[in-house]
Design a protein around this ligand. Structure first.
Ligand SMILES: Cc1cc2nc3c(=O)[nH]c(=O)nc-3n(C[C@H](O)[C@H](O)[C@H](O)COP(=O)(O)OP(=O)(O)OC[C@H]3O[C@@H](n4cnc5c(N)ncnc54)[C@H](O)[C@@H]3O)c2cc1C
Length: 516
C-alpha cells in the first residue's frame, strides 16, 4: 500500500489565482439573469465585467423614483427565494443579512368581472374551503390539479429547468419526461379537465401570463408554477424588488467585479468562430475569454452579431419567431390610502380566451382588459410618503408587431384604466392622484432593446422551449453564452436565475478557459 499524498494532484491548480490574472468574462446586461451569471462566473474563478446601457442595474427590475414614491418597474412577486439565497451563499454570505423577504398571505386576490373574488394562497385546506364556498363541487378538481402540478414540478422544475439543452440528445432524453407531463396539452386544457367553473379555470391557468405565455397556448408544464408558489411561497422584498437588485449588484462589486453602467455594447467581437470580447458605443473594446449575453436574444443574434453568418438563428428565423406580449404599465401614487386592498390584486376582465386572442394572435388593442394591481405600500410604508399609497397597474397588451401607435394611445389607455379602477377598486382615484407615469411596449424597445417591445422575450410555446429555445451555450459562436429570459428555461425571476445556473454546467471552469 503506497503513501497517500497529503495534497490532491490538482491542488496547485486550485490555489487561488490573483484576481487580475483570472480569465475575463464580459456579461452584456445587468438584468437579474446577468447579475446572477456574474456571481456564478466569479465563484468559478472568473474576473467579471458586467456592461449595461442603463444607468442602474436590474433591467426590467429597475426602479422608478418619483415625487417621494418608489415604484418597482417590473417584477413584484418573488417566488423560489432559495435561488437567490444560493447566490449569496456562493459568496460566503447570507441573503437574510442584506435583503428581507416577507411571505404574503394570501398571495393575491383574484377579482372577477361579475363582482366575485377569491383570495389565493398556499394552504391546501384553506383553499379547499374557499373554493367550496366560491364554486361548490369544484374542490375535488382543484385537489387533482394540485397533485398533477406537483408531479409536473418534480420533473419540469427539479429535473429540467437548470439543465442545459445544448444537444438534440438532451432534448430526446427529456422526451419521456415531457410525455409524462403531457407537455403537448395547453395549460388551460389541462385545468378544464378538472374544473368546470370558468372563473376557477381562469384562476388556475392565468399564471403563465406572468412570464408572457398565453394559457391557451403554453404547455401544461407551466402548471408547475402553481406548485412552486405553494411550496416556497410568494414573497415581497422589503424596499421593493429593487432591494434584491441592489443586493445582487453589491454582491457583484463586493467580489471585486466591475459594473459598467450607462454603456452600450454595439458588437460581440469574434475571431475564427470564437467570441473574443465586445465593442462599446464609444468605439473602445473589452477583450474577454467568455462573453455572456443577457440582452434580448434577437438583439444578440440580429444586431450584436449581425456580421456572423448563422447556422440556426438567422434573420429569417428570428423574424418568424413568436415574441411574448407587451405590457402597459401605469405607476401612480395617491394621497389617500386604500386600506381595503391587498398587496396584489388580479382583476380579470369579462373575456378570457377572446381577450388573449386579441393580445397574442390578432395583436389589437381591445377596449376591455384584465389587469394586475400592485399596492406595495400595503406591506411596506417606505415606498410612499406617510399616509399615501404607491400602485402600479399592469395590463397585458399586444407587442409592437401589433402596429398600435403608443405615442397616441398611451394617455387614452391610462385614462381608461383610471376610470375602470375608480369604478371598481379605487373610489375617487382621480381626486387622490398625486403622481403618475406610464410605460408602453415602446419603452421596452427603446430602453431595454427588447425586440418588438416584448415584455418577456420569446413567447414560451412548446416549440420555443428547452432545446428549441436559443441555447445557453450559443449554437453560433464558441465562447458565447446566453442568460436571461430569451434562453432556457425562460422568463420570470426564477427562470432567469435558473438560466444562470445552467452556465455552471456549460461554461468551462476558469482554469480551463484560455486568456485573452
Ligand atoms: C412588468 C413586469 C412584471 C413582471 N413581474 C414579475 C414577477 O412579479 N415575478 C417574476 O418572477 N417575474 C416577473 N417578470 C419577469 C421578470 O421580470 C423578467 O423575466 C426578468 O427580470 C428578466 O431578466 P433578464 O435577466 O432576462 O434581464 P432583463 O431584465 O431583460 O435585462 C437585460 C439588460 O440588458 C441590457 N442590454 C440589452 N442590450 C444591451 C446592449 N446592447 N448593451 C448594454 N446593455 C444591454 C438592458 O439594458 C437590460 O438592463 C415581470 C416582467 C415585467 C416586464
Amino acid at each position: 500500500m503506497g503513501l497517500q499524498s497529503p495534497l490532491p494532484p490538482d491542488a496547485r491548480e486550485r490555489a487561488p489565482v490573483p484576481y487580475p490574472l483570472r480569465p475575463h468574462a464580459v456579461v452584456i446586461g445587468a438584468g437579474i439573469g446577468g447579475l446572477a451569471a456574474a456571481i456564478r462566473l466569479g465563484a468559478r474563478g472568473y474576473r467579471v465585467t458586467v456592461v449595461d446601457r442603463l444607468d442602474t442595474p436590474g433591467g426590467r427590475a429597475t426602479v422608478l423614483k418619483q415625487d417621494g414614491f418608489t415604484f418597482d418597474r417590473g417584477p413584484t412577486l418573488i417566488t423560489a427565494p432559495q435561488l437567490l439565497e444560493e447566490l449569496w451563499a456562493l459568496c460566503g454570505k447570507r441573503m437574510a443579512d442584506h435583503v428581507t423577504l416577507k411571505p404574503l398571505d394570501p398571495f393575491y386576490r383574484i377579482a372577477f368581472a361579475d363582482g366575485s373574488h377569491l383570495d389565493w394562497g398556499g394552504d391546501e385546506e384553506t383553499m379547499r374551503q374557499r373554493i367550496t364556498a366560491f364554486a361548490p363541487g369544484e374542490a375535488e378538481g382543484y385537489a387533482k390539479i394540485l397533485k398533477e402540478s406537483a408531479a409536473i414540478y418534480r420533473v419540469g422544475y427539479e429535473q429540467l429547468s437548470a439543465k442545459p439543452f445544448s444537444q438534440l440528445t438532451d432534448m430526446l432524453r427529456a422526451v419521456p419526461q415531457m410525455a409524462l407531463m403531457r407537455a403537448d396539452r395547453s395549460l388551460y386544457k389541462m385545468v378544464a379537465r378538472y374544473v368546470t367553473d370558468e372563473r376557477l379555470r381562469m384562476a388556475l391557468s392565468f399564471h403563465p401570463l406572468f412570464i408572457g405565455g398565453n394559457p391557451f397556448n403554453v404547455t401544461a408544464v407551466y402548471a408547475l408554477i402553481l406548485h412552486l408558489e405553494r411550496e416556497f411561497g410568494v414573497h415581497y422584498a422589503l424596499g421593493g424588488t429593487g432591494a434584491v437588485v441592489t443586493g445582487l449588484a453589491d454582491l457583484v462589486r463586493g467580489e471585486g467585479h466591475t459594473l459598467r453602467l450607462g454603456t452600450d455594447v454595439t458588437r460581440i467581437l469574434h475571431e475564427k468562430g470564437r467570441a473574443t470580447g465586445v465593442e462599446l458605443a464609444d468605439g473602445t473594446s473589452l477583450k474577454a475569454d467568455v462573453v455572456v449575453s443577457n440582452a434580448c436574444t434577437a438583439h444578440t443574434y440580429g444586431k450584436l452579431l449581425a456580421d456572423l453568418p448563422k447556422q440556426r438563428w438567422t434573420a429569417k428565423k428570428l423574424a418568424k419567431a413568436r415574441y411574448s406580449m407587451g405590457v402597459f404599465l401605469w405607476y401612480f401614487g395617491t394621497k389617500q390610502r386604500y386600506e381595503h386592498l391587498h398587496h396584489h390584486t388580479i382583476q380579470m376582465g369579462p373575456r378570457y380566451r377572446g381577450l388573449l386572442d386579441d393580445i397574442f394572435t390578432e395583436k389589437r388593442l381591445s377596449k376591455d382588459f384584465s389587469l394586475y394591481l400592485h399596492r406595495p405600500s400595503a406591506s411596506d410604508p417606505s415606498v410612499a410618503p406617510p399616509g399615501h399609497d404607491a400602485f402600479y397597474a399592469l395590463v397585458p397588451v399586444p407587442n409592437l408587431q401589433g402596429k398600435i401607435d403608443w405615442a397616441r394611445e398611451a394617455e387614452p389607455m391610462r385614462r381608461r384604466i383610471q376610470a375602470h379602477l375608480e369604478a371598481t377598486l379605487l373610489p375617487k382615484l382621480g381626486a387622490n392622484l398625486v403622481t403618475s407615469a406610464v410605460a408602453t411596449p415602446l419603452d421596452f424597445e427603446s430602453r431595454l432593446l427588447s425586440t418588438h417591445g416584448a415584455a418577456f422575450s420569446l413567447e414560451p410555446t412548446l416549440f420555443q422551449s428547452a432545446w428549441f429555445r436559443p441555447h445557453n451555450r450559443s449554437e453560433e459562436l464558441e465562447g458565447l453564452y446566453l442568460v436571461g429570459a430569451g434562453t432556457h428555461p425562460g422568463a420570470g425571476v426564477p427562470g432567469v436565475l435558473c438560466s444562470a445556473k445552467v452556465l455552471d454546467e456549460v461554461v468551462p471552469a476558469a482554469a480551463g478557459a484560455h486568456h485573452a
